[in-house]
Design a protein around this ligand. Structure first.
Ligand code: CP
Length: 304
């Protein structure tokens, strides 16, 4: 069975095929009838053990636009609360003839673990601070759409790198496509030895912005950290908050990204988030086409 567990496990050729397939589905979902009948014979369970707005709705829409049957599971209202294990939960769902599982889970490695214990195709929709592969794919797809290509572009990922699955998956995806990548943030929120992934560390936001074509602004993930890691919010805003004044003082235009949800006024001001420089809602829109591509390609393997 094939899975999408992380960008670490896929190749440049896989990424190219996903993007080519997503190009087709992007055209489909802009038609008056936004659906294709491709996956009428496939049933998908969306299992969310952690909160989500974008990823959960985007996967559900992607699946419905491929005409798959869809069931949604939220751990908070399930028998997980009575002590049922992850494997028991998933095997019970699979016994109802489900073919594919999309899972978000707070524990890093949960998707890999599940793929080793159940007989279904698993798509990782975010596992703790490990990976969020479809987010990285839609991010690269959106850069490609705005700038023509990812190869050779200078991309800085700003903020809480330490707790960010978005950062890790983006680093893998961007390096795979030949982009130059820097991370920028407080030292306390940058993992030790991150240079081993082929990225440079820059702790000065202005210098990072002067270097980059694209700045991907991450949310500070208060829910994943011991408070002692964090500079105060006021210090963070002063040193790493992206404002219109900073952007206006650069001698060039850069593209601004954010995976959402945004802490408005912390990592980015509303003025910047809502400006023409930002492609934040394009990222969300592209997520549906990219997830359609991922699911369609995995389902093709199930059908073989
Ligand atoms: N970008 C992202 O994963 O958002 P959600 O947590 O709302 O799914």
């Amino acid at each position: 069975v094939d899975h999408l567990l992380g960008i670490k496990y896929i190749t440049k050729e896989d990424v190219d095929l996903i993007f080519k397939t997503a190009d087709h589905f992007k055209e489909v979902i802009n038609r008056p009838i936004k659906k294709v009948p491709s996956l009428r014979d496939i049933t998908i369970a969306n299992l969310f053990f952690e909160n989500s707005t974008r990823t959960r709705l985007s996967f559900e829409l992607a699946e419905k636009r491929l005409s798959a049957d869809v069931v949604n599971f939220s751990a908070a209202s399930s028998s997980v609360k009575k002590g049922e294990t992850l494997i028991d939960t998933v095997n019970n769902i699979l016994s109802m003839k489900v073919d594919m599982v999309v899972m978000r889970h707070p524990n890093p490695g949960a998707g890999v673990f599940l793929s080793q214990h159940v007989n279904a195709s698993i798509v990782n929709a975010g596992d703790g601070a490990h990976e969020h592969p479809t987010q990285a794919l839609l991010d690269s797809y959106s850069i490609r759409e705005r700038l023509g290509e990812v190869t050779g572009k200078n991309i800085v990922i700003v903020g809480d790198i330490l707790h960010s699955r978005v950062a890790l998956s983006n680093i893998f995806a961007l390096k795979l496509q030949g982009a130059n990548v820097k991370v920028c943030g407080p030292k306390t929120l940058i993992p030790k030895h991150i240079e081993k992934l082929g990225v440079e560390v820059e702790t000065n936001l202005r210098k990072a912005l002067e270097w980059c074509d694209v700045a991907n602004m991450l949310r500070v993930q208060n829910e994943r950290m011991d408070i002692s890691y964090f500079p105060s919010t006021r210090e963070y805003v002063q040193q790493f908050g992206l404002t219109k004044d900073i952007l206006d003082s650069l001698n060039k235009e850069i593209t601004i990204m954010h995976p959402g949800p945004i802490n408005r006024g912390v990592e980015i001001t509303s003025e910047v988030a809502d400006s023409d420089h930002a492609i934040i809602l394009d990222q969300v829109q592209n997520g549906v086409a990219v997830r359609m591509a991922v699911i369609y390609l995995l389902a093709s393997k199930i059908k073989q």
